[in-house]
Design a protein around this ligand. Sequence first.
Ligand SMILES: Cc1cc2nc3c(=O)[nH]c(=O)nc-3n(C[C@H](O)[C@H](O)[C@H](O)COP(=O)(O)OP(=O)(O)OC[C@H]3O[C@@H](n4cnc5c(N)ncnc54)[C@H](O)[C@@H]3O)c2cc1C
Length: 389
Amino acid sequence: MGYYTPEEEKFRYDLREALKEDVVPYTEEIEEGKIEIWDVIRRFAKRGYLGVMYPEAYGGLGKGLMEFIIVCEEVSAVSLAVDMSMTASAYGFGALPGYLGKDVERYLTPIIKGEKVGSFCYTEPDAGSDLSRMKTVARKEDDEYVLNGEKRFIVNGSIADYLLVYARNGAFVVESAWDGFEVVEEYRMMGLHGLHLGHMKFNDVRVPEDNVVFYTGEEKTKVKVEGEEKKRAGATNMFALMLGPERAYISAECLGVARAAFEAALKYSTERVQFHRHISEFEGISFKMAEMATKLEAMRLMTINAVKAVDTDFMKSGKVAAMAKLFNATEGFDICNEALQIFAGSGYTCQSPVERYLRDIRLLGIGGGTNEIMKYAIQRDLYKELEDG
Ligand SMILES: Cc1cc2nc3c(=O)[nH]c(=O)nc-3n(C[C@H](O)[C@H](O)[C@H](O)COP(=O)(O)OP(=O)(O)OC[C@H]3O[C@@H](n4cnc5c(N)ncnc54)[C@H](O)[C@@H]3O)c2cc1C
């Protein structure tokens, strides 16, 4: 592809071989609910890929964001449900002990090994795009924090061992075995079959001091990340740590799914015969392939651009990463849709892989911030840059 170092290419090659053995044979069974997704991930975790970015001393592979992005692309090309499940655990939750170097043995090592499952919880029934509407709140009682609230649409939420819970006035590491944690339901979804999407409640869950990521005090009504509040160590770093990288890895997930759809359609177009010719000989089909390939190339560049922005200064990477996520979610969906058009009737049945790609990729314009919220973030930075000169 020309954009990656020989080491990164080798890393990708080895990963693809590992996926062929550990995950590819089970994608249909995951889709049909015949195998538990975490049984597959646990086997794959033995290769170390869940800890790609964490120091070797913590049990990780000690690589950078680029390798993490390669993992997200390659795993998503096989199964987006697998990638989202492992990323929510190893990054959404694991980034906290991984980067702060806190409670590594207790909270990171078992996550990297796939022995425990983590999740990260922002979204609530009344707080989706607008997280300032969060109602989850903690009350300090002696040396404990009593957490009350509700979270929904949480990847792994219904089966997680450990949860990173964001509240109006802080963030807390919670164990699902503790009193007061309740799973309300697990959602059925149009795609991402096998992934556990949970709705949970926290009823007077008592969190020890050690598990407080940050706490802004009881008088705060919301977690602000603008202005003066930016200087608050915990809050700022946590949000910034999540946002740029999260958008970058979701861009890579879009790239992976769209690439799989493109490759399937390219092959099919050389096999299917109509009007005594392979359909690839019709310009109406081959020009679609040309457009899809061009979009994929642009998606790859947008992803790499987001990685570079995060690596250069993650606190300032929000706009570029939002552009990548918006572009890749939109164009990736188009590519999957066109792939299905090329498969036509066969594409609409569950006998081809492309209907899964189309259903799965639809989520990526919603999760991690909707396409509209990405546009909101981009224009906000544009006008701020204009104002700042
Ligand atoms: C499969 C899946 C996995 C998820 N994983 C997680 C997870 O692990 N952890 C987690 O915390 N959350 C997770 N989410 C939640 C996800 O991030 C939210 O669904 C998303 O942020 C949107 O929130 P909402 O669904 O409440 O939509 P709403 O915020 O209610 O938005 C409704 C519509 O209004 C639009 N809108 C809202 N505000 C504006 C605005 N200012 N300008 C223009 N349009 C606007 C939105 O774009 C959308 O089209 C997941 C969701 C799904 C479906």
